[in-house]
Design a protein around this ligand. Structure first.
Ligand SMILES: [Zn+2]
Length: 178
């Protein structure tokens, strides 16, 4: 490849991984579009997201080369398990997962969107079909909880009352390791 051509491809690649909201890298799996600002954030998320023995077993069947592959494989496994726990398998399920460094970053985004100060380590935006999560506070149960909100959101044509939504998310969080 000559220099000019490689420069063009690097620029093009740069365009491809630039996302609309400037989250840096963006990757797709079967169920999620994953975004994160830098590799350190991705690595922290991966380290904190440990699967239990049963879920790890499903990982062995996946073809994992990079950290990104590993994260996408884990998240898809957790999504499938959450659907099994809830016994809800919505058609066309696909969500955005945005990794943020810490709880302050989650609060900032929440504040900018809803004008309220909260201390959530993660939340699911119904309108954006997006999970925002602090990688510092990430655990299997935290992610399963937010994923459950998204599965419930996709499953019901009429949105269940808030308390019921929350109850189902707590149920999934509790039973993700069953
Ligand atoms: Zn909740």
């Amino acid at each position: 490849m000559n220099n000019r051509l490689s420069l063009v491809s690097i620029l093009f690649l740069g365009l491809l991984i630039q996302t609309g909201e400037g989250w840096g890298a963006e990757y797709q799996s079967r169920y999620v579009t994953l975004s994160f600002s830098d590799m350190a954030v991705l690595r922290d998320f991966n380290e904190n997201l440990s699967l239990d023995r049963k879920l790890s077993y499903s990982m062995q069947k996946k073809n994992v080369v990079t950290v990104t592959d590993e994260v996408l494989a884990k998240v898809d496994i957790i999504i499938e398990k959450t659907q099994v726990v809830l016994d809800m398998f919505p058609n066309g399920y696909h969500i955005q997962l945005i990794l943020l460094p810490d709880v302050d970053a989650v609060s900032q985004i929440y504040k900018a969107k809803y004008g309220k100060h909260v201390n959530h380590i993660a939340y699911y935006s119904l309108s954006e079909k997006t999970i925002y999560v602090s990688v510092e506070d990430t655990r299997l149960q935290v992610l399963a909880h937010e994923i459950a909100h998204s599965v419930v959101d996709y499953y019901f044509k009429v949105r269940p009352p808030y308390n019921i939504h929350e109850l189902m998310a707590q149920f999934a969080e509790k039973h993700i390791t069953d």
